[in-house]
Design a protein around this ligand. Structure first.
Ligand code: PDD
Length: 277
């Protein structure tokens, strides 16, 4: 596969960066994962807006205009056989002698690759997936889509070790998100999400779900969600660029939901999934 590194289109296995890259040394960089459907970047402007906000927070100059990024992504997408892909963009502060202080005047490192999209399987969508919970031990700048993902990696492994698909995180008894997805609670027919803060990544699906809910007539509400509300939820839903909209049907081994739908994907999920497609 081909990738893009610092202005050059080259085979992925030939792409090399310096060991002094601050992305390698400090995790000092940002990334985006952009779904491509039918060879078109989905919600591209929204991904660019989040990238621009992140770069400003990190004081890294944006190496490209939106049109420049789009041209890069399109160039790579065209080299792949699959119509549906996932474009990965990474920008680090650049290469410099190791020093925690941000050096002035660095040229950011820019890396772009694309892979075939692997959406959840039909089996996962029809039966839902199992998740486990853990304490959210990550930092308080979770709004930044940072490549410093050790906290997320450690969190994800907790569920991987138990054969589960995601780790749902609670901070001081309140829902934040999962290791690499946002988490939604259905309560009395309404979709509830965690308010945007430094404890959650503002997933591109936040605003997208708000639009879909408006379209299909589901109430959408962001408010603090207690752990007990998650455990008593009618439905639990994961969203991300890769998971799209995915029902959680077991949490810590317990079936999610009530009555006949206990342990089964619910109607709010079904409507949102259909609207999403
Ligand atoms: N993860 N929260 C976290 C911590 C994430 O890493 C992600 C995305 C999300 C969902 O954001 P979005 O809807 O914009 O994909 C929430 C990506 C897909 C990843 O790290 O691969």
């Amino acid at each position: 596969a081909l990738c893009h590194l610092n202005g050059e289109l080259l085979p992925l296995r030939e792409a090399k960066i310096s060991v002094l890259d601050r992305g390698f040394i400090f995790g000092d960089g940002l990334y985006e994962v952009i779904p491509v459907y039918g060879r078109r970047c989905f919600r591209f402007a929204e991904h660019m807006a989040r990238l621009e906000r992140g770069l400003a927070k990190l004081r890294i100059p944006n190496p490209h205009s939106r049109d420049g990024w789009l041209a890069l992504a399109r160039e790579l997408v065209a080299t792949q056989p699959a119509d549906d892909q996932l474009v990965y963009i990474e920008i680090t502060r650049g290469v410099a002698p190791r020093d925690h202080v941000m050096p002035e005047g660095l040229t950011p490192t820019v890396f772009v690759m694309t892979n075939p999209m692997k959406p959840p399987s039909a089996e996962q969508r029809h039966h839902g997936v199992a998740c486990v919970t853990a304490r959210d031990f990550r930092w308080e700048r979770g709004d930044i889509k940072s490549v410093s993902l050790l906290g997320n990696v450690l969190a994800r492994q907790i569920s991987a070790d138990q054969g589960a698909v995601e780790t749902v995180l609670f901070r001081d008894g309140w829902l934040t998100e999962a290791s690499s997805s946002n988490v939604w609670v259905v309560h009395e027919g309404a979709l509830l999400g965690t308010p945007k803060s430094g404890h959650v990544l503002e997933g591109i699906r936040y605003d997208l779900l708000a639009e879909l809910c408006a379209e299909v007539g589901i109430a959408y509400n962001l408010r603090p969600i207690a752990e007990s509300d998650v455990r008593a939820a009618d439905e639990l839903i994961l969203t991300s660029a890769t998971k799209e909209v995915l029902p959680i049907t077991r949490l810590d081994g317990e079936p999610v939901g009530h009555g006949a739908l206990r342990g089964k994907p619910g109607p709010v999920y079904a409507r949102l999934y259909e609207a999403y497609q």
